[in-house]
Every structure is written in C-alpha cells, then in structure tokens.
Design a protein around this ligand. Sequence first.
Ligand SMILES: CC(=O)SCCNC(=O)CCNC(=O)[C@H](O)C(C)(C)COP(=O)(O)OP(=O)(O)OC[C@H]1O[C@@H](n2cnc3c(N)ncnc32)[C@H](O)[C@@H]1OP(=O)(O)O
Ligand SMILES: O=C(O)CCC(=O)C(=O)O
Ligand SMILES: [Zn+2]
Length: 431
Amino acid sequence: MPEQTNGQTNGNNPDRPREPIVSPYQSKYPDPMSNVSNFKIIESTLREGEQFANAFFDTAKKIEIAKALDDIGVDYLELTSPMASEQSRLDCTAIANLGLKAKILTHIRCHMDDAKVAISTGVDGLDVVIGTSSYLREFSHGKDMDYITAKAIEVITFIKKSGLEVRFSTEDSFRSDLVDLLSIYKAVDKIGVNRVGIADTVGCANPRQVYELVKTLRSVVSCDIECHFHNDTGCAIANAYAALEAGATHIDTSVLGIGERNGITPLGGLFARMYAGDKEYVKNKYNLHKIRDVENIVAEAVDVTVPFNNYITGYCAFTHKAGIHAKAILNNPSTYEILKPEDFGMTRYVSIGHRLTGWNAVKNRVEQLNLDLTDEDAKAVTQKIKALADVHGALSLDMVDGLLKKFHEAKGDGTHKEVLNRIESPAQIVA
Ligand SMILES: CC(=O)SCCNC(=O)CCNC(=O)[C@H](O)C(C)(C)COP(=O)(O)OP(=O)(O)OC[C@H]1O[C@@H](n2cnc3c(N)ncnc32)[C@H](O)[C@@H]1OP(=O)(O)O
Ligand SMILES: O=C(O)CCC(=O)C(=O)O
Ligand SMILES: [Zn+2]
C-alpha cells in the first residue's frame, strides 16, 4: 500500500462497492440537440497557449507538447499563425509533417496573404478569425460588416480550393450584433465552410447566453459549430458544456487553460466536466491517464506550478479530510467523489492526522497496519490525535502510525492508557 507522509493514507480499496454516477436531475430522455456525448476537442495550447504571458515554446518543446496531446487523443491541434514569425512558420511545417493522428490547424486573420502562407505549411486546415464587435471593428481592424463578409467569402473560397478544411470565426461574438452574426455565419455556411466558430474573447458570456446563441446558430447553419471561451469571469468550462448541450460540435481548450490574460477552457477541466456528463464517451475516446503528464510538461515549460486545486491533478483533488467524509468514502468512494481517481491514473487519499479526523478513519488505518485494536482503542487514539493537533498542528502519517504502534505495543502489558496520557507532543511519539 503506497503511503503519504503528510497525514494521508491511501484509502483505495478495490473490494469496496462502486456505484454508477446517477443524478436524479439527469434527463431520462435523450436530447437530440445535445452533443455532450459526441464532441471534438480543438487543443490550442500551441496557439492560444502561446499567448499566455510566460509562454515561449521552442521547436522541440512544441513537438513534445504536440506528441503528448496526440497521445491523449485530442481531435485537433491548433498552432500559432505562420505569419507571427519565421520560426512560427517553420514550426507549423514541422508539426504538420509529424504524422500525428490529430488534425493540424493553424490560426490566421481573415486575410489572403495569411491564407496563402498558412496553406504552404502543409497543415490540414485553417482557422480563420475576424472581429465583428463594434469594439474590434472600430479599434482593431477598422472594417465594416460588408467588408468583413466579402473578405470572409474570398478567403474561405480560396482555402477550400486548396482542399484544406476551413473554419470561420467571429472574434468577440458575445459583444457582436446578433443580426450581423447570423448573417455572416449564414453566408459562409452557404459557400461550404466546414465549421463556424463563436468566440467569447473577453470572457463576458454566461452559460445561459451561450446556450441561447448556440441554439439559435444551430438552427441557421448546417456546418459544425466550434466554441472558444475565455475564463475572465470563471465560466469557461460551464460555457463549453452549455455550448455542447445547445448543439456545438467542437470545443477549444488549452493545457491548464493557459492563454491570453487568464486563459480559456482547460483541457483537464473539460475532461472532468464531460466525464460527469458521459463517463463512457470520455473514457473510451481520450487517454485520461495522460493528462497529468502533459500538464507537467506545459507547467514546467511556462514556469508555473499546477494549481493545488486543479481539476483532476491538483494535489488535493482526491484527498478527503473531514471525519464524516472519510468514514463514508472508506465505505463507498462514490459518496463523496464524482470522478474516479483511477480513471485518470490518480490515487485517493484520506487525511487522518488532524483535529477534524474521526475514529472510523483511524480504525481503517489500524486495519491497514494489521494491528489488533478494538473500536474503543481507535476512539482513544483518535482523541489523542485531536488533542495533539489542537496544540501542534497536523500530524504526519508517520506520527499517526507511530502513535498507533506505540499504543498497540503497550496493550500487550496493559499500559496503553498510560502511554497515551504520557504523550504530550509529536516528538514523544518518535522518541
Ligand atoms: C483574439 C485572438 O487571440 S486572435 C489571435 C491573436 N494572434 C496573434 O495576434 C498572432 C500573433 N500576432 C502577430 O504576430 C502579429 O500581430 C501579426 C503578424 C499577426 C500582424 O502583425 P503586424 O502586421 O505588425 O500588425 P499588428 O499586430 O500591429 O496589428 C494587427 C493588424 O492586423 C489587422 N487585423 C487584426 N485582426 C484582423 C483579422 N482578424 N483579420 C484581418 N486583419 C486583422 C489589424 O487591422 C492590423 O492591421 P494594420 O497592419 O493594417 O494596422
Ligand atoms: O479563432 C477563434 O475562434 C478564437 C480567437 C480567440 O482566441 C479569441 O477570440 O479569444
Ligand atoms: Zn482566445
């Protein structure tokens, strides 16, 4: 049994019962609009992620990340525009030639020059974007909707002629006029664009607004619908889920959510959310055990640590602490877990060396250590752990084990109660 030293015991027990995830609020009937059980991931760590403040990926690192994401089974990899720099262009070509299973896309402005250079890199498809909100029309490119529509048609037609997949996206969609949006999406759908994209560029949208816009768009275009959500106001994962419920087909992600400002929908967070929606679809399609590896590669590359409360891989994502939780978790992990750690290559821990612990969790540790102690004994040691933790803070698992072993030894000659009374500090346990 692998052990932790920070007061945590591995509570995994394969003999314990597990139940399927069931929510009484889950609809009993299939929703024909919803793509929660049928979606694709456009992984943009190598595009949006490169826009993260700390990001600088050299060619070798981009290739390492691309391969790691390909191992996970993401459907697409989106790369920085080849117009960004000469090295960006060379990197696009290099990754397009790796022979990965994922389709390779690059991201360009709605501009013929960009399209020509992008096509020459050998990627499988181009993601074309142009801002349609009044902010971007006035302060970014300065073009009106007539110009944007005509240019979109010209660029898409050109890309299609080259045989590549093409997506057309409006930047800042949620601050754009609805009639403008639907008109341009209809126009590009008519000429055979493969996907249209909605982008919450400033992270202003909420799930209800997302649902409404995607549902409306779904009734207007026949092509696929991609969605891109920034996380400025904390809705990026929920918005992705709402978009899929409303009929979107593709979601943009990045590893750890890195991107411009505080980033976009994180890949791991999307996995967690979608697993709760349709576990079998997510487990069968994606290699969930690899998420930790790619997060570690990216975290190191951009010089950050994986957040303590990260979805799935945060250090406490599967740690249970309070006595009430610990007892129930040890009886049946589904009581307090919606995600099975083992499905993600992770391990559950039960933390017992603190003042919130309960005798059931301590008794479980007694059993793991094969000690012959009664329930009353476990309760007595639990009280000692609490008393020590009140004064000295949390005890490590080694300390808890030491206390249990000392108590157990002393039981042989009947001095266990005295031994417990004598211990006034953790130092005395190891003495
Ligand atoms: C919301 C997003 O994240 S969109 C993706 C953002 N990605 C990037 O910006 C990629 C990295 N960018 C770059 O390397 C550079 O900005 C380049 C190479 C794309 C352009 O560089 P520059 O020519 O020096 O222009 P600059 O960055 O100052 O301004 C952007 C130019 O693109 C134009 N533009 C902006 N958005 C678009 C668009 N979607 N479609 C067409 N043109 C656009 C602007 O009007 C401006 O043109 P100007 O040169 O006539 O002023
Ligand atoms: O191309 C897109 O759909 C999104 C572009 C982008 O990064 C954004 O609008 O935030
Ligand atoms: Zn973005």
